[in-house]
Design a binder for this molecule. Sequence first.
Ligand code: ADP
Ligand code: MG
Length: 458
Amino acid sequence: MTTKNEQLSLIWKKVQDRLSSAIQDQTVYNSFISSSSLLSLDDSKAVIVTDSEVSKKILSQDYQDVITNAICKVTESQYTIEIISKANLKQYKSGQEDKSGSSKTDKEFFKNCALQPEYTFENFVVGKSNAQAFQSAVYITNHQGSFNPLFIYSKSGLGKTHLLHAIGNAVKNSNPSLRVLYITSDDFIDEFVKFVQGDSDKESLKDYFRTIDFLLIDDIQFLVRKPATGTMFFNIFNMLVSQRKQIVITSDRSPNELDGLEDRLVSRFSQGLSVSIDKPEKKTLIEILKIKIKSNGLDPDLFDEDALEYIADNNSSNIRVLEGALNRILFFNVSAGNTEKITLEIVKQAFAGDSSSSSKKGDKVTPEIVIDQVSKYYSLTPSQILSKVRTLQIALARAIAMYLCRSVLGMSFANIGNAFNGKDHTTVLAAYKKVDNLLKTDPRMKKAVQELTKQLKA
Ligand code: ADP
Ligand code: MG
């Protein structure tokens, strides 16, 4: 791991290299630049420390522009510079602390992480495949710290995230004063990276976790091969366990299969209770379908029983895909103007010409499959995504499909353009950038892209 100081000196070394060729006069370079250092790079400001007042004066008067230029080139970002001398370092630092004041302890972490109220124990269908996971989840809700951690693992789309939120919602319902934090391991990594870059400090991050009663951490497999973050997580994990706080972890594989995660973390995970969720049996799938139909504001009796069976039979390995299929049928039904019962015939029609039904799983992912998955996710049709229609939702779905063609399939912008009815590569690039930016600010976008990526890689 490189510390913040190591990163700064690395950057400064590169800046010095540039300056040594930019500044003709070697004496200036040797006397003033080689003895200076980079103190910080924050808020678009670079602070440089010189070894004497004289150096400071000379660099500020005559070399400010050259240095600014070199820093911007090396970091590929815009910075203004401030030059201070070693003698004033202490004074400068205390001034900075005054400015930040008490904000450090008030700092808000994981601002975008919230419990999703729609995922509850009540609307989780229990069957043989998930009974153990469900019962353990309910149990720890009322017996904080009894199994630590509760580790739930399964393939994608089988209800892990649903159960995590359900635990959080149930805890909050029965005891609103308890503090629950739901995060994905990606969120944890993001926050950790901010700390490494100096935006948040280690102790305050640890202090923050100290206040949490239930830590629900989703998709721990993303911590694999991230040793520095893993170490931080290990410390936080131990601290919480020693205070009998409850930790619940989900993963796409069992603790022992988390290759690339530190052994000590794996062995901590194995000390708690590990439960898996399997592929649901048909009865459970049909129950889930009915619950999802109700949550769409419809009566499950609208569907003929054999129509429901058909949907379940053809989408049995991933409930997210099952929901996508249902959305597609509902959409098809509305656009076909049908107000009668939804029959097997209608369901079959809705899937006619479907090039990537789950029976095709395992085939090589193509742009068509990406477009198909994205359209299902947003209850659109592939032709809407490929059309020129620019309503907000369709344009966004199209941009996400383009983004995934790049991020999952590694296609060039020009080839993506071709796959989308001959769009220009600059259009694709703009869409890619838009999604990339939204990923940083919009948690729903992050969730959509994560889930779609998972589906495509499954
Ligand atoms: P995972 O986190 O395992 O990938 P999710 O929890 O995101 O899966 O589940 C995907 C979708 O399937 C969610 O909309 C969830 O509500 C639904 N789902 C999964 N299992 C069940 C269940 N047993 N009962 C009701 N809905 C379920
Ligand atoms: Mg999940």
